[in-house]
Design a protein around this ligand. Structure first.
Ligand code: IVH
Length: 706
């Protein structure tokens, strides 16, 4: 979004006439209201906080000088928190996670089959799965203590949301007190949404008042809930469906369906279209039934959510990264539209990948304005012969990034040329190449900039990754700040983050004097940086941004090696064919590609230098305890032979959840072998090394499940 030009607040004329002051006051009021609208209703700020505050101060100064300007409409007369204070943050005790997506019947069948396989359920064993609409609103967590609503928070990034308690209290449908005897602590989660009728009426009112209209009911609901003035939220009819929970001191039921019935019993609104199904066929039938009613429901839905009904099974299934294995969202088909492709911009990512992004003539697809879309990669552009200037078909499905499907050839302008993908990095000018796989001889689909060290785009993206939420998670060091600090030469590599304060002390040009900063924000930033000097090892590894090392693989490495020094020592010597290389390859869940990426990273002199500097500033701590109190935490376990009470996948997931490392083969480093019937060479090897060997039943007893 383009930044609208903000009129600079003029110097306060001591004796400005009332007429002039009135005109300025009116102009400022309109401008501040427009910024409020962008920030709170559309979640797209158009000016910096400092600029906004200056406008606000000037507005208040005029009123102080000319009290006649204060009317009931004045922005200073609105109840609630001052807009510049924004919302307080709320850390979710239980993260608010997202759902995986499926789009086709086959994928739904696959979801059910996967659940069965994981649990080791034969085809004839019953498996109940619920199906319910996926509401297109915004999720919200309501905390009840002894039945009373004490806090409401938005999802935010899933770990931290915003405190919207005052606003949620204005939603008539949400009880301030639950009925009957709910658990003493009960966080109920669900979707806040706006109906089509209320959305249309709100937009009519907005238009009549000369205010901007909302693009769709979801934006309207989000804008209304994130109003700093609860009086405004109260005028915007919002609704709520409860469908999940977070922290709970006890659970009133042992099934998903039972929990939703309990919500209803406590007086919370629940969606009437939730049913219990017993097969993929059942799920698909309900999906079709909901799809048929979609247009007449009166509120937006974007798919159907399937959840394994039994909470005990949900527990066994657990999570993969940030989505539950026990649930998925079956999205409605994507919506399509045609528009003009104005340009193809090449973005350079953290690993040097050149990604083509389509710049489009903005167009509304399914209620959302789309002006950028993905073109996937070089081969896709060539295969579809997509050219700049073409009219293209774009597609948008739910919250997936819109994509360009292909050109409308009849509308192709004369004299257009096939697109030539750049062979040099548009940021640093280094050669951009497609690596050839040594084994297959096939070129990688991704073209990468070879300028690693000198490429500013890669450096900046690496820094952003380093400070990001799942890595070092440094509050106040977001993408925008990193870009500025890099641009000004203050932070070029990760260790620079930790020396920033010391350098600032010596510098004449202090950080606190920069635009957008002040004493407090600088103090907070330094404190946030300091607080991360003892980051958990898994985050440290993830933060390095090594190829193929995402959050999950970082945890695997942290669990296996226990310390950064141990990982580094092995990875440094992990040349092809070495023992070190095979140690990494053998870590459960990893393999050759990861081992190679690690060897490459640690084989790079520059990375070693940066790491040495970083380790002077930061001390990685033992991995974030998933369950450090568990008797198997930190142990290396090998499962061999047949398991009778659970599948191999489940055993592995469970052991990892308890902090154990699961290895595929027995070595001297193995602590424990769990052997079932039919165990062969691994058992023999365990005996040879004198490693403790136990049965599946003993294992379950050991971890407290037996
Ligand atoms: S269950 C552990 N049920 O979809 C996951 N989510 O893509 C718990 N949503 O953030 C979520 N309707 O905002 C669930 N019936 C429903 C839903 C639903 C809408 C949203 C929710 C969530 C997102 C995940």
């Amino acid at each position: 979004m383009k930044k609208p030009k903000s009129s600079a607040p003029s110097e306060a004329p001591q004796r400005a006439g009332l007429a002039a002051a009135r005109a300025e006051h009116a102009r400022l009021q309109a401008e501040i209201a427009a910024h409020d609208q962008s920030y709170y209703a559309e979640d797209a700020p158009t000016v910096s906080d400092a600029e906004y505050d200056a406008l606000r101060r000037r507005y208040e100064a005029l009123e102080a000088q000319f009290p006649d300007l204060v009317t009931p409409d004045s922005l200073t007369q609105k109840v609630g928190v001052a807009p510049s204070e924004k919302f307080a943050k709320v850390r979710h005790k239980v993260p608010m996670l997202s759902l995986g997506n499926v789009f086709s019947d086959a994928e739904v069948e696959d979801f059910v089959a996967r659940v069965r396989r994981f649990l080791g359920l034969p085809a004839e064993a019953p498996l109940a799965i619920t199906a319910e609409p996926k509401i297109d609103g915004l999720s919200c967590s309501l905390r009840f203590e002894d039945g009373a609503l004490v806090q409401a928070a938005t999802r935010g990034d899933g770990f931290e949301g915003e405190d919207v308690t005052a606003n949620v209290r204005t939603i008539g449908e949400i009880p301030h007190h639950l009925k009957d005897k709910p658990p003493a602590i009960f966080e109920v989660r669900g979707e806040v949404y706006m109906t089509h009728a209320d959305f249309a009426a709100l937009n009519r009112r907005q238009a009549e008042a000369g205010k901007p209209v909302f693009a769709n009911p979801r934006n309207a609901a989000a804008g209304s809930l994130r109003q700093l003035d609860p009086a405004i939220t109260a005028q915007r009819p919002l609704h709520f469906f409860a469908y999940a929970w977070g922290e709970a001191s006890a659970l009133p039921a042992d099934t998903q369906m039972g929990m939703v019935r309990a919500f209803k019993h406590y007086g919370l609104p629940v969606n009437p279209l939730m049913v219990l199904c017993h097969s993929a066929e059942d799920l698909l039938a309900h999906y079709r039934a909901i799809e048929e009613q979609r247009a007449t429901l009166g509120y937006d839905i974007d798919g159907v959510v399937y959840k394994v009904d039994s909470l005990a099974l949900q527990n066994r299934l657990g999570f993969v990264s940030r989505s539950p294995r026990w649930a998925t969202a079956h999205k409605f088909p994507a919506e399509k539209a045609t528009t003009i492709l104005h340009d193809i911009e090449i973005q350079v990512g953290r690993t040097g990948a050149l990604t083509p992004v389509a710049r489009l003539e903005p167009i509304t697809v399914g209620g959302v304005v789309v002006s950028n879309a993905t073109l996937h990669n070089e081969d896709e552009i060539a295969r579809k012969d997509i050219r700049i200037g073409d009219t293209v078909i774009i597609q948008r499905a739910g919250d997936v990034i819109p994509q360009v499907l292909g050109p409308v050839l009849e509308k192709r302008p004369a004299h257009s040329h096939p697109y030539k993908f750049p062979e040099i990095c548009p940021v640093c000018g280094s050669a951009a190449i497609r690596e050839i796989d040594e084994k297959t001889g096939v070129a990688d689909v991704v073209r990468r900039c070879t300028g690693s060290l000198i490429c500013p785009a890669q450096a900046v993206e690496k820094l952003k990754h380093f400070a990001s939420r799942l890595a070092f998670d440094i509050e106040g060091l977001g993408d925008k700040q990193i870009e500025q600090f890099y641009h000004d030469g203050l932070i070029m590599t990760p260790p620079d983050i930790f020396t920033l304060e010391a350098r600032d002390k010596r510098s004449l040009k202090k950080l606190k004097d920069r635009e957008g900063y002040g004493e407090t924000s600088v103090r907070n930033l330094f404190a946030a940086i300091d607080a991360r000097r003892n980051v958990p090892l898994n985050r440290f590894i993830y933060a390095l941004g090594i190829r193929h090392i995402g959050e999950t693989n970082a945890r695997r490495l942290a669990r296996h090696f226990g310390s950064f020094d141990a990982l580094r020592e092995v990875a440094r010597h992990a040349e092809l064919g070495s023992e070190a290389r095979s140690e990494i390859e053998n870590i459960e869940g990893l393999g050759g590609v990861v081992a190679e990426a690690l060897a490459d990273f640690f084989g790079e002199k520059h990375n070693e230098t940066v790491l040495d500097a970083l380790l002077k500033e930061v001390t990685p701590q033992p991995m974030e305890a998933v369950a450090s109190a568990s008797p198997v935490a930190g142990k290396t376990v090998v499962f061999t032979g047949a398991l009778e009470q659970m599948t191999r996948d489940e055993a592995k997931a469970q052991a990892e959840r308890l902090g154990a490392k699961v290895a595929g083969s027995v070595s001297k480093k193995t602590d424990l072998v769990v052997a079932g019937p039919g165990a062969g060479s691994k058992l023999a090897k365990a005996e040879e090394y004198g490693i403790e060997t136990i049965s599946e039943a003993d294992w379950l007893k050991l971890i407290g499940e037996g």
